[in-house]
Design a binder for this molecule. Structure first.
Ligand code: NAG
Ligand code: NAG
Length: 292
């Protein structure tokens, strides 16, 4: 049948890409990541990594390698109880003033009030593309999967495999798309009570510290970029490696995913920079083309 032959083709392509490109896939924290800020604010419990924020410090970890294209995934259980003033972030970023960045930022709240998930995309050092949503579950009760899929056609933010945001490649409209810089994978927790909760009105209550975010199921499936190799060489290699992320079916959301995104936007989105006329009197150029 057509289906089975095309899936075996995909399997073959996958096998080939595994041999051509250095694809990393593993779920162990130590193999992929290291603390880069406040190693003494980490604790390890089996496969779970806990990072704490207290009145002395926040904490953060970063990937040991950098990547171009692929998918990163982690399961996070956010700060339970009072998390007002705290921000926990999971993101990819390249280095330098003209860096690219794909962000998940989880804005804490007082006990019983909902977390906000803010996403942002920086291209060539410029962000200002915030979107905010509430989740359809309490992210402090259980672990949930947060992922970023990145290929030459799109960047997709996913929560439990449900797409919540798509940043499409609109280079054919003259809009730059991030696909020329290797990115690291990062997470951190810090005090941001100057802006995070209800616009900065609710401050961090340090009597409730430490604030702990927990992580597990670390996965990076991407084209690994040696630090010693120039970005332009990595870009050439990773773009032509025939990686699984460049399968035509991943060049845009499928029908089911498009419906999921419509549902998220209709029921859970609370802010979209594309419709903030006060901030952007003329609509940002990519918003005219992003039809999601
Ligand atoms: C941090 O919090 C602890 C416990 O609440 C308190 O004893 C200590 O004085 C605080 N330290 C600073 C630097 O604020
Ligand atoms: C916190 O809860 C309040 C009240 O429900 C809500 O208005 C706000 O958007 C929530 N999130 C943040 C980060 O302030």
């Amino acid at each position: 049948m057509a289906f089975s032959s095309s899936s075996s083709l995909i399997t073959l392509a996958l096998l080939l890409s595994l041999s051509v490109c250095s694809v990393t896939s593993t779920s162990k924290f130590d193999e992929l990541f290291q603390p880069y800020w406040a190693a003494d604010h980490f604790s390890f419990d089996g496969d779970t990594v806990n990072m704490k924020l207290d009145n002395f410090s926040g904490a953060g970890f970063s990937s040991k390698s950098k990547y171009m294209f692929g998918k990163v995934n982690v399961q996070i259980k956010l700060v339970e109880g009072d998390s007002a003033g705290t921000v926990t972030a999971f993101y990819m970023s390249s280095d330098g003033a003209k860096h690219h960045e794909f962000d998940f930022e989880f804005l804490g709240n007082t006990t019983g009030e909902p977390y906000i998930v803010q996403t942002n995309v920086y291209v060539n050092g410029v962000g200002n593309r915030e979107q905010r949503l509430n989740l359809w579950f309490d992210p402090t009760k259980d672990f949930h999967a947060y992922s970023i899929l990145w290929n030459q056609r799109q960047v997709v933010f996913l929560v439990d495999e449900t797409p919540i945001r798509v940043h499409s490649n609109l280079e054919h409209k003259g809009i730059p798309f991030p696909k020329d810089q290797a990115m690291g994978v990062y997470s951190s927790i810090w005090n941001a009570d100057d802006w995070a909760t209800q616009g900065g009105r609710v401050k961090t209550d340090w009597t409730h510290a430490p604030f702990v975010a927990s992580y597990r199921s670390f996965e990076i499936n991407g084209c690994e970029c040696p630090v010693s190799t120039a970005d332009s060489d990595n870009a050439k290699r990773c773009a032509s490696s025939g990686g699984w992320w460049d399968q035509p079916i991943l060049s845009e959301l499928n029908v089911h995913q498009s419906h999921q995104l419509i549902w998220v936007r209709a029921n859970h989105m609370i802010y979209d920079y594309c419709s903030d006329a006060g901030r952007f009197p003329s609509v940002p150029v990519e918003c005219e083309h992003h039809r999601h």
